[in-house]
Write a new protein. Sequence first.
Length: 263
Amino acid sequence: MLPSSAQPGTGAASISGRGVIKSFGGFTAVDGLSLDIRSGEFVSLIGPSGCGKSTFMLMAAGLMPISSGELLVNGKPLTSPLTDIGIVFQDHLLLEFRTALENVMLQAEIRGLPLAPAKERALELFAKLGISHAVDRYPKQLSGGMRQRVSIARALIHDPSVLMMDEPFGALDAITRTQIRHDLEMLWLETGKTVVFITHSIDEAIGLSDRVLVMSPTPGRVVDEIAIELPRPRPAHLGDYPSFNAYADRIHDAFRRFGVIKY
């Protein structure tokens, strides 16, 4: 169930997988993956490197075909690339010769959006992400956290129904990760977007998600589904909640069971 403070945003999409398999020649990356991500839900996929998390994201975006099974968006089979999504990668992928605002506006320009309303929305996103002072700065003048905030604004400028994030905070220091995690949660609570969040961080997955889907080593499939029942907005230090430790132990147990962690 969605937390009472977060309601699905207009057009927020649902995503379902039914026995999804993805093979590359004789190598199977994803095997029989089944899941349901509800409209407006924040769901994290966590698992070891190479388990198919990013592959699933690309398939769910319609950017990579599945080998067999079925992927559904809003209950309908996915047969072509989704245009109503925003994607944030670990690398910010900003153009060095464009300012922060110009990088965000590039998305609007490519999509042919009316520029005046798009600029207004961009400035609003900059304010919500705490980077209004960086509007006219170039990427080389921004910290890593600021560059990722710009990339989040770029992914949201067209008001997508789904936000997909692939290890977006992986290159950031711990303090910056904590702050940007909070900023993202507050933005999600306000917009009600469906979020698919890929991470290796157990703390990050628990701290952000409504549910955490734990994936097995290759070939990847969902081996545990954990509903996270913690108050929102969530505090920076979640270790004060006994349930947080129980969730973390459960994820660790799954990794030990599959030999991902050995101790």
